[in-house]
Design a protein around this ligand. Structure first.
Ligand code: XMP
Length: 514
């Protein structure tokens, strides 16, 4: 099939996923690869364009991440961003040096909009800069097409060779006309048709799954979250009765969630998924007893998950395929798809044990970003309230309870979270907040209730807005709403005597607590 591809080469910059998402927003499919990827492999993919991301190093240093000059001689348009721009200049004979002053933040930019890269962009615009080094001398054949007060080469081009360099970050929202620049590159300069759409993705996946599975039996891990629900419905459309969906109630779900999932996907719901619910709450609590290290908790939950599936599979008889709702950010964040550091091992990728008794894993959403998964869900006819559900991490409340997990702590966080969600809905804020939940800190402190001394836990409320879950800002929830939530939690949830609101953005915090 003739699928157009843009390759994003990752030099370890923090915005690499964002670059890829912006390209997809132009209806152009793209994938992220490490800068260490063999050039032959990249050539074999026959990309319509290549984008080099930012990165933390200085390109003139020994052992800095680099690329072969051949990359620029393939006849494929290349766009270098930040480090990528400097590297392009450096490799092609220009000079990159440490700047007298670091340029950081929103910066006034003057562009030459006769360049195809800046077609339709205002002559005086704003960009987001973040660099120590700068292009002191352009490589031969290049001309400057943008400047800032401190940066004589904020962008450069060599039209004959289809090479473009941008010192700033067009992918972040702080560069308001950045999307236009990326659109100009992928749709204009690379000449991509822009036919990456969810209707065709769904159709292609259904056909590909049918072909791969043949008459095999498929077991799907259904959690009730957006990703696994979309994966399950996709599979059921593709292979119907050959699919069995197992829903593991690991006791780390939100309050009443197990019953809600069963109501939608179970025998009385709208789908024919051969739904099996496994109640293994106690088993998970036992495994987690005494464990407080976050990565270890994640690994235990992930591995136990797989064990439960193995056992279920044995009961069902021979199973050939296991479906997982892994999505692209999981792949990249787990350090498998690029250069980014492993911050947390996501259970749907990292925790796979060695002795998996299945022929193969199917991950139909592995190449999609979250917003694309939602579009695919709507395409499949899944109701909006499920499709626009808040994200919920695979390890569940296990990562919202700081320290050791116990049944009682789970009860506390479930009840507190249910109250929080109820009040947010009452205040009409549900749709305007990206993700919000209650977490249980591991801190107990002294309080007083009804003239009695208490020594109880503190609950933390979290609410963030985010575009990509890579960065996030705390939401300004009206104080009155927070007060209602606080007083209801303290009055209604036994074991809590303090409520905090978490103001931390990401970075430096993460969205979940562990
Ligand atoms: P963090 O805590 O890394 O979370 O800032 C970013 C987003 O990812 C979700 N998350 C997970 N999702 N498996 C998942 O499927 C996981 O192990 C996992 N850990 C975090 C988190 O809820 C947030 O939306």
């Amino acid at each position: 099939m003739d699928k157009e591809l843009v390759v994003v080469i990752d030099f370890g910059g923090q915005y690499n996923q964002l670059v890829a998402r912006r390209v997809r927003e132009c209806n152009v499919y793209c994938e992220i690869y490490s800068y260490k990827t063999d050039l032959e492999k990249i050539k074999a993919m026959n990309p319509k364009g290549i984008i080099l991301t930012g990165g933390p190093s200085s390109c003139y240093e020994e052992n800095a991440a680099t690329c072969s000059p051949e990359l620029f001689a393939l006849g494929i348009p290349v766009l270098g961003l930040c480090y990528g721009a400097q590297l392009m200049s450096h490799v092609l004979g220009g000079r990159v040096e440490r700047a007298a002053a670091r340029e950081y933040g929103k910066t006034a930019l003057k562009v030459d909009n006769t360049s195809r890269l800046f077609e339709g962009v205002s002559e005086n615009t704003t960009c987001w800069m973040s660099h120590f080094d700068y292009i002191a001398k352009m490589a031969p054949g290049f001309r400057a097409i943008a400047t800032t007060d401190n940066c004589p080469v904020a962008a450069a081009e060599c039209v004959e060779k289809n090479l473009y360099a941008i010192q700033f970050h067009p992918e972040v929202l702080h560069t308001p006309e950045g999307s236009k620049m990326l659109y100009n590159f992928v749709r204009g300069i690379c000449n991509c048709r822009g036919d990456w759409r969810m209707d065709s993705f769904v159709e292609e996946q259904i056909n590909a799954i049918r072909e791969k599975v043949g008459k095999g039996k498929v077991l799907c891990a259904l959690s009730g979250g957006v990703d696994s629900s979309v994966a399950a419905v996709l599979l059921s459309k593709a292979v119907g009765e050959q699919l069995t969906c197992v829903f593991v109630d690991h006791g780390l779900l939100r309050k009443d969630e197990g019953d809600e999932v069963e109501a939608v996907f179970g025998p009385n719901g709208n789908y024919n998924l051969n739904f099996i619910r496994v109640n293994v709450q106690e088993r998970f609590y036992e495994k987690l007893a005494g464990v407080s290290e976050p990565e270890q908790k994640r690994k235990i939950i992930g591995e136990e998950f797989i064990r439960v599936f193995e056992e279920e599979a044995k009961k069902i008889g021979a199973v050939d395929f296991l479906v997982q709702g892994t999505i692209y950010p999981d792949v990249v964040e787990s350090g498998l798809g690029g250069e980014s550091a492993v911050i947390k091992s996501h259970h749907n990728v990292g925790g796979l044990p060695d002795c998996v008794e299945f022929k193969e894993i199917i991950e139909p959403l592995r190449s999609l970003f979250k917003d694309e998964v939602r579009k695919a869900g709507l395409e499949l006819g899944i109701p909006e309230y499920l499709v626009f559900r808040q994200p919920f991490p695979g390890p569940g409340l296990g990562v919202r309870i700081v320290g050791e997990v116990t049944a009682d702590k789970v009860r506390i966080v479930q009840e507190a979270d249910a109250i929080y969600r109820e009040e947010i809905a009452k205040a009409g804020l549900e749709r305007s907040i990206g993700q919000y939940f209650a977490a249980l800190t591991n801190m107990r402190s002294v309080g007083v209730m009804g003239d009695e001394r208490t020594y109880d836990y503190a609950v933390a409320l979290r609410a963030v807005n985010t575009i990509d879950f890579m960065t996030a800002e705390a939401v300004e929830i009206p104080f009155g709403v927070l007060q209602t939530v606080m007083s209801r939690i303290i009055n209604e949830v036994r074991g809590v005597n303090r409520v905090f609101y978490d103001l931390t953005s990401k970075p430096p915090g993460t969205i979940e607590f562990e």
